[in-house]
Design a protein around this ligand. Structure first.
Ligand code: MN3
Length: 210
């Protein structure tokens, strides 16, 4: 899903704008995808327009080596490149509610590393609800398939040299405020029902094969 290199392109939602109702309504998805996410893509491209030497790098390469970037490009790439990476994974790992649960190797890893699906869910929910201010809660794997839950602030990504993100939930107010106002926990609880587990399993299997 993530476009390889500059110029980055807005990826369409992989479902209709009304597909995630009632958890996320059409208006929320239009604002979130068409305005917020698109702005990150546009700003990333306008930053990279000034740095031909960075235009061949993938988003992952840019975000893995922020310290190696020209000082003036570092913060805009961290914020806007992170914004692109995070939103593409977020929109790409939801789908029309169908009551899926994890299965296969990923389900086994969740049981091994968290105790059970419910214990994982509790930890993920805690990470999402307790994130102070704007940020994300993530499920990541290391190269050996060991899972962990992490939080990041703003549009920061986890350490991509060490971890592959396979799932995340956006807890910026723009993700939920139109519908839930201050009730972040209610939004997060609903989000669990939107998880596209087959896609998450595919990302997990790719990460441990790589
Ligand atoms: Mn967002």
């Amino acid at each position: 899903m993530q476009a390889e290199t500059y110029p980055f392109v807005v990826q369409p939602l992989p479902y209709d704008y009304d597909a995630l109702t009632p958890v996320l309504d059409e208006k929320t998805l239009h604002f979130h995808h068409d305005k917020h996410y698109k702005t990150y893509v546009d700003n990333l491209n306008s930053t990279l327009a000034d740095y031909p030497e960075l235009q061949k790098k993938s988003l992952k390469e840019l975000l893995t080596n922020l310290e190696s970037l020209p000082a003036a490009a570092r913060t805009p790439i961290r914020n806007n490149g992170g914004g692109v990476f995070n939103h593409e994974l977020y929109f790409g790992t939801m789908r029309q509610p169908m009551g899926q649960l994890p299965s296969g190797a990923l389900a086994e890893a969740i049981n091994r590393d968290f105790g059970s699906y419910n214990q994982w869910k509790e930890q993920m929910k805690q990470a999402a609800v307790s994130q102070f201010g704007s940020g994300w809660a993530w499920l990541v794997t290391d190269g050996g398939g060991r899972l962990s839950v992490v939080q990041t602030l703003n549009q920061d990504v986890p350490d991509l040299a060490q971890f592959t993100p396979i799932l995340l939930v956006d807890v910026w107010e723009h993700a939920y405020y139109l519908q839930y106002q201050n009730l972040r926990a209610v939004y997060v609880e609903g989000w669990f029902g939107l998880i596209h587990w087959k896609k998450v399993q595919r990302l997990y299997e790719e990460a441990i094969r790589a």
